[in-house]
Design a protein around this ligand. Structure first.
Ligand code: ARG
Length: 578
């Protein structure tokens, strides 16, 4: 518990010094491994050799010094060579009283940074796949946390909207007729469109020739070609925006910074690398050898900057992007929420950027990678036909399933309300399933699990929140509550809930520092389950004692606010009724 550590660290340092154990307090004083034993622990085993006493004796002597000095903050006990420190009720109550009037629930604003978060980034005229879904959902949660901490965040949707395939796509658009093609794309049949174009490209030489010419016209800025290209981009974006709208993410058209936006900077990338004498020739292509990477044959692996035909690469655009984000936007943080398969690409790009002086030690450059979404057989999630799953279909299905679940649980609810709640639950469930798994791991897409009202799921958290809202509806107390309600922490269940609630800000910080939304999820689940035990053993409205009733209502209020703030940071809605 970070805030307890903060409160006791001076006394602990003094007690250690008194015991003759000067050392690295930061390493010695850590979270207790068993929650029942305490909030913090000092394992004394590492001190035994230098103090020439047994860990048990050391723990006992530290405890005897520490106990009186921590009275009113924590209870201290020595157990098998550990000093356990457990926040006491009065201290917990005092922390809760600080949180009650604080809209931010203890979350501080600190050292504002300027960040570019590159996320979602689907490709024009191609279906957004579940990888783009992960990027969108994880990226959005990170953006929300950063904004909440007071950082300036540039959301950058690095849409794949440029490159050689566009010659082929534009020619296919012309073959289909603009209106038909626009219909197909706008309806989200992006994969069909792409595949037809690809099929023609693979067997029709005339088509290949036309496509090549078209790329040249596109690169050369031919007006009619650019207009056709815009049709492709706009129709695809219409579909992507539909997905964003359903997901309720922050991304808007203002955040689109597709590859085409960096076009003008590509020659600049080449000339800067050239001036630094970093470019080498490889069969006519201009490449950089950052060193440290080899291919299967063991030869050094280059980053290709400009191909022999003059065309540029994905990596060149990413270098241009760095120039733009650092020099135009003034970013300190360059964050890329992209799947793990692009790991080597980013490592090489970052290395070249460093060598070329585009970034230095003051920049935090991070590939926030994530694993794949798998089906129940452990294969990459696909539709029944083996195609990329259409995200709109997936999200719709989740809402339908949620609606069925609500109809069963709460048949009296009116249809309009049911539809709204179904959206919150259905979309929340998909997002939460994604966010609650450790980012770098693959996860199995499982409807029953993600929509379950039990376990580490969003319906469980949403339900805990809605349940508290209903307690207040049945009470004569309205929210926000008075600021000065005294907390009375007597029962173990009250204490457990309290110690979890006071941890919110530390958990938000930890989740953000590690770019790991799943930590916030695990924490929120621990709050909701502590609430369930509390509510089972500590009557709230029916308790006879007025002061206890108010204290428990205040615990309910803080729980609900913690859950809804946490879910909001994850981009998940939190209905008041379910
Ligand atoms: N459009 C790419 C893809 O679908 C992702 C782009 C990620 N961002 C970047 N700056 N490279 O794989």
């Amino acid at each position: 518990m970070k805030i307890l550590k903060q409160a006791v660290k001076d006394e602990v340092a003094a007690a250690l010094a008194k015991a003759g154990a000067e050392g690295d307090l930061g390493n010695l004083l850590g979270p207790a491994t068993v929650e029942e034993h305490g909030d913090l622990a000092i394992p004394c085993h590492s001190l035994a050799p230098s103090l020439k006493r047994s860990p048990v004796e050391i723990a006992e002597s530290i405890t005897s010094v520490l106990s009186p000095s921590l009275s009113g903050i924590a209870e201290v006990s020595a157990v098998s060579g550990f000093v356990n420190i457990k926040a006491d009720s009065a201290w917990l109550a005092a922390r809760l009283s600080e949180l009650l009037p604080d809209e931010r629930l203890g979350v501080l604003i600190e050292n504002p940074r300027v960040a570019a978060v590159d996320y979602s980034s689907p490709n024009v005229a191609k279906e957004m796949h579940v990888g783009h879904l992960r990027s969108t959902v994880i990226g959005d949660a990170i953006v929300r946390m950063m904004m909440h901490k007071g950082h300036t965040v540039h959301r950058e949707n690095h849409v794949g909207d440029w490159g050689t395939p566009f010659g082929m796509l534009i020619e296919h658009l012309l073959d289909l007729g603009e209106d038909n093609a626009a219909d197909e794309l706008g309806m989200g049949d992006l994969d069909g469109f792409y595949k037809q174009a690809r099929a023609k490209f693979n067997k029709d030489e005339m088509f290949v020739e036309r496509s090549r010419n078209r790329v040249v016209m596109l690169q050369g800025g031919d007006e009619e070609t650019l207009r056709l290209w815009r049709v492709l981009v706009d129709e695809s974006m219409r579909y992507f925006n539909e997905v964003y709208g359903m997901l309720g993410v922050l991304l808007t058209n203002d955040d689109i910074m597709g590859e085409s936006n960096y076009h003008h900077l590509l020659p600049e990338v080449v000339s800067r690398l050239e001036n630094l004498e970093m470019l080498e020739d490889s069969d006519g292509a201009k490449v950089v050898y950052p060193g440290g990477w080899v291919n299967r044959e063991g030869d050094p692996l280059p980053l290709i900057i400009q191909k022999a035909d003059g065309g540029y690469n994905y990596a060149t655009t990413d270098l241009a992007c760095i120039i733009d984000r650092v020099e135009r936007l003034g970013c300190n943080d360059l964050l890329y929420v992209v799947g793990a398969p692009q790991s080597q690409h980013f490592k090489m790009v970052f290395e070249v950027a460093k060598q070329a002086g585009l970034i230095d030690g003051s920049h935090n450059v991070n590939h926030i990678k994530f694993g794949s979404v798998l089906d129940s057989d452990g294969k990459i999630l696909k539709s029944r036909e083996g195609e990329a799953i259409k995200l709109v279909d997936l999200l719709n299905e989740s809402v339908v399933r949620a609606e069925q679940a609500i109809a069963q649980r709460n048949p009296s609810i009116n249809p309009k309300q049911r539809a709204d709640i179904a959206r919150a639950i259905g979309i929340g469930a998909v997002k939460y399933a994604d966010l609650s798994t450790e980012r770098t791991k693959d996860y199995i897409f499982d409807w029953d699990r993600m929509l379950s009202f039990d376990g580490n799921t969003s319906p469980y958290l949403q339900y805990a929140h809605a349940r508290i809202c209903s307690i207040f509806r049945r009470s004569d107390v309205s929210r926000p509550l008075r600021d000065d309600i005294p907390f009375i922490i007597e029962h173990a269940e009250e204490a457990l809930l309290a110690r979890r609630l006071v941890n919110f800000s530390a958990m938000v910080d930890e989740s953000l520092h590690t770019y790991s939304p799943h930590r916030l999820c695990t924490y929120l689940h621990s709050v909701a389950s502590a609430f369930a035990s509390f509510y089972e053993s500590c009557p709230v409205l029916s308790t006879g004692d007025d002061e206890i009733r108010m204290s428990r209502l205040a615990l309910c209020d803080l729980t609900a606010r913690t859950l809804s703030s946490g879910l909001t940071l994850l981009g998940i809605d939190c209905p008041e009724q379910m």
